[in-house]
Design a protein around this ligand. Structure first.
Ligand code: GAP
Length: 507
């Protein structure tokens, strides 16, 4: 397994062991690609949501929020094009009867080539020690070059096949690469077919009046169908935006990579309504804004890159993804799309309601164009955790696992720990806890040695630990330990809140 593969495995088990993410319905062996957030996961998720909401709604006086229903009229999804075109190419293995996403099989093949190259690099690193020049080795070692070139060539071919919707070509490539089903080990494949990703359900109590509806696959349509309501009630003028955070559902064929690809997930979306002809300007504006937002999560710049869509969806005149380097490679974390007037126009057509905006400056009516920013909440949380997960060897040779989550996102801000459970230290600590909990989400912990308690807090990313010790009982001072440096300050009890406010900015 590569270093990154190893890291990913550790991260997934850390998330479970420390109450961030659990497999759904685990006592019944789980439900594939569905996850539950535990006590720390939910706090981290809420903090990310709050931060996004603040950045988008509070900091932009021309953006308002909305919370629309998951269930919507089925015509919404006909108008949006999802009923006809929200598909993935799937292929079945005739022997195992297991279904796969055709493009994913090829991507896995490409990943294996990258893994082989990384293995060669790791081996050489060990062999050459300090003298190893990785960059030179990557570009000159024949084996590594062969793996990397082959991976790039297949990747290009895959992009072209997907762009051209060439299903027969996908199957031919799978056969040419001799990709076998991991379950049966055979290459006995069906044709590639398109599979609609929306979950269907029935509305209505009797068979006669039952209507097929869908769980929404994106939150955006809830915004479009409320465009007129918001326009009437908010007094906003173009350009203005509507933001929403909420669940979306997709019957994904490939059910792995943890919370990266789930069947039930959350999106943070904003639709920005602009005057036609100005959409490219706003598209550039939102590209920049959204990249800055991701960087403000304390994640280094080199962990992000742009992916420009070469083939655009029928409704878009520009589209880019922000990709993050997950342990399994660079993958999409947010999409920014210039969606023209496609959605509002289609809803006008299907509903018969005019989706017009009267522009007082121009003295004319038009259907606004839309620039959309669409971020995955779960993917953002995974990016934060990937970046935060750190293993350190301490001077005494012990291993410390610490989540270096930025303070403003940390699930628990402060832990209050009496050094021992006697001499009045625990009562003193409880008093401090009862005071601090009015300001910050904090935890009181008196079980086990102080060292073990510090490790527990490190593992969930708590930025500060307050310890009540023998000296506290004499001079009313406590130590406050910083998670990352492990250094301690001695602080007067009366100054704890001010100290924390300065460090945590009241978050
Ligand atoms: N309204 C536009 C839209 O839905 P998308 O690129 O399909 O665009 C937006 O999705 C974001 O939602 C993605 O960038 C990703 O972060 C997140 N996302 C999409 N499918 C997901 C899944 N199955 N599991 C987790 N997150 C997902």
């Amino acid at each position: 397994m590569t270093q990154n593969g190893e890291l990913f495995k550790k991260l997934v088990s850390h998330c479970k062991e420390y109450g961030f993410v659990f497999p759904s319905s685990e006592i019944y062996d789980g439900l594939s690609a569905v996850y539950d957030y535990g006590q720390y996961g939910v706090e981290l998720k809420e903090n990310i949501k709050r931060y996004w909401w603040k950045s988008m709604v509070q900091f932009h006086e021309n953006i308002v929020g909305i919370d629309t229903a998951i269930l919507m009229h089925s015509k919404v999804w006909q108008a949006s094009g999802h009923v006809d075109a929200f598909n993935d190419p799937l292929i079945d293995n005739k022997d195992s009867k297991v279904r796969y996403k055709a493009d994913q099989l090829i991507e896995d093949y490409i990943d294996k080539l990258y893994e082989k190259a990384e293995k060669e690099i790791e081996k050489a690193k060990k062999r050459f020690g300090d003298n190893f020049d990785e960059q030179l080795f990557r570009t000159t070692n024949e084996k590594v070059k062969k793996y990397l070139d082959e991976a790039a060539k297949i990747s290009n071919r895959l992009t072209i096949l997907l762009d051209n919707n060439d299903l027969a070509g996908l199957k031919a490539l799978i056969e040419e690469l001799k990709i076998v089903c991991p379950v049966s080990g055979t290459c006995n494949w069906t044709e590639v077919r398109q599979f609609n990703l929306m979950f269907k359900t029935q509305l209505g109590s009797t068979a006669d009046d039952a209507m097929t509806i869908y769980l929404r696959p994106e939150t955006a349509q809830g915004i479009y169908v409320n465009f007129l309501n918001i326009l009437k009630t908010s007094r906003q003028k173009v350009p203005f935006g509507i933001a929403q955070i909420g669940k979306a559902f997709r019957n994904e064929i490939v059910a792995r990579q943890f919370i990266f690809r789930m069947r039930e997930f959350e999106q943070m979306e904003m639709q920005y309504f602009v005057r036609p002809g100005t959409e490219r300007e706003w598209f550039e504006y939102w590209k920049e804004q959204r990249m800055q937002w991701h960087l403000s999560l304390g994640i280094p710049k080199e962990k992000y890159r742009w992916y420009e869509h070469k083939k655009l969806a029928h409704y878009a005149n520009a589209a880019v993804d922000i990709e993050f380097e997950f342990p399994f490679g660079f993958k999409e974390i947010e999409g920014i799309h210039s969606r023209t007037d496609y959605d509002l126009k289609r809803h006008q057509e299907f509903s018969g309601k005019k989706m017009l905006y009267f522009d007082h400056d121009l003295q004319e009516s038009y259907i606004p164009y839309v620039v959309e920013t669409s971020a995955g909440l779960d993917r953002t949380l995974l990016a934060v955790l990937t970046n935060a997960y750190t293993e350190e060897i301490l001077p005494d040779n012990s291993l410390r696992t610490v989540l270096k989550i930025p303070n403003f996102l940390a699930p628990i801000k402060v832990a209050i720990l009496p050094l021992v459970k006697k001499d009045g230290m625990n009562e003193y600590a409880l008093n401090i806890f009862n005071d601090i909990k009015k300001y910050y989400l904090c935890q009181y912990d008196e079980k086990d040695s102080i060292g073990r308690r510090y490790r527990r807090q490190d593992a969930i990313g708590t930025p500060y630990c307050i310890t009540i010790d023998g000296q506290t009982m004499q001079d009313n001072t406590v130590t406050i330990r910083d998670r990352d440096s492990m250094l301690q300050d001695r602080v007067q009890v009366d100054n704890i809140v001010k100290y924390l406010n300065d460090k945590l900015n009241g978050l």
